[in-house]
Design a protein around this ligand. Structure first.
Ligand code: SAM
Length: 232
């Protein structure tokens, strides 16, 4: 398969995401497998924000796909807090160029994200807040520029759900180290969950040790199975 050069993260020699069906892949692995539609409805009924954590912001493809997913659901008055982290933040130009192939489907969402992202100073470590107004409600994005464990430790509240998207464990073992996944367990609500594209045995083991029960759920595209983990 031809892989456009700008899709490769030069720090890890790995792709930011699958080239062809990355928006649908995000839906299956991160939104459907975590049942987030029903859980957003529940949070809204309790007048609570729905809190999402993500390891690996990259080009923001999951955020863009999430905006599309919630908009399509027809839900209104949704309040999402989205915490993400990036050690090597991309320029807004590179993000636009990486997401360019999705413009005809999610052009409005890409524009909304980039408009806020280009206001932050990527050279400054720590939290950067972006408020992305959406027809369905509000998406408060807080991006930590720096290392993943620092971000998880800096989180003041536990998340309802985590999207673990930190390159493959072979290419980037640091994003799957037991210490980091233990911290994810500590920053997940009881009954909360996480999911990821990898089914690596070491990841399953570390998630179990972090207090999750782990199961394999249907994958998307080239991947038959993905991991889903429920915090007990
Ligand atoms: C697979 S990409 C994420 C793709 C992204 N979720 C998207 O949909 O566009 C993984 C990201 O994690 C970042 N990363 C890798 N190791 C990291 C670490 N230890 N701390 C913070 N970010 C890290 C990489 O630079 C890369 O942007």
């Amino acid at each position: 398969m031809f892989i456009p050069e700008n899709l490769i993260n030069e720090h890890f020699d790995d792709r930011y995401f699958d080239v062809v069906n990355a928006l649908d892949e995000a839906r299956q692995i991160y939104f459907k497998n975590n049942n987030i539609f029903e859980r957003i409805v529940e949070a809204r009924e309790l007048e609570m924000p729905f809190i999402i954590g993500e390891l690996g912001f990259g080009a923001g493809r999951i955020v863009v796909s999430l905006m599309e997913f919630i908009e399509e659901s027809g839900l209104k008055d949704v309040d999402i807090e989205y915490y993400s982290v990036e050690l090597y933040p991309l320029s807004s130009e590179r993000i636009c160029s990486i997401l360019d192939g999705f413009k005809s489907r999610v052009g409005r969402e890409i524009k909304a994200l980039v408009k806020e992202y280009e206001k932050i100073d990527r050279k400054v470590p720590g939290w950067h807040s972006m408020k992305i107004g959406q027809p369905f409600g509000s998406l408060k994005l807080k991006l930590w520029i720096g290392e993943a464990l620092e971000m998880v430790s800096a989180l003041e509240k536990p998340c309802d759900v985590w999207f673990l998207d930190g390159h493959g464990p072979k290419k980037n073992p640091s994003m799957w180290r037991p210490e980091l996944l233990m911290a994810i367990g500590e920053k997940t609500k009881t009954g909360g969950s996480c999911s990821t594209f990898t089914v690596a045995v070491a990841v399953q083991k570390a998630l179990k040790e972090a207090g999750f029960s782990v199961e394999k759920l249907p994958g998307c595209g080239g991947k038959k199975e993905n991991l889903y983990a429920l915090k007990k």
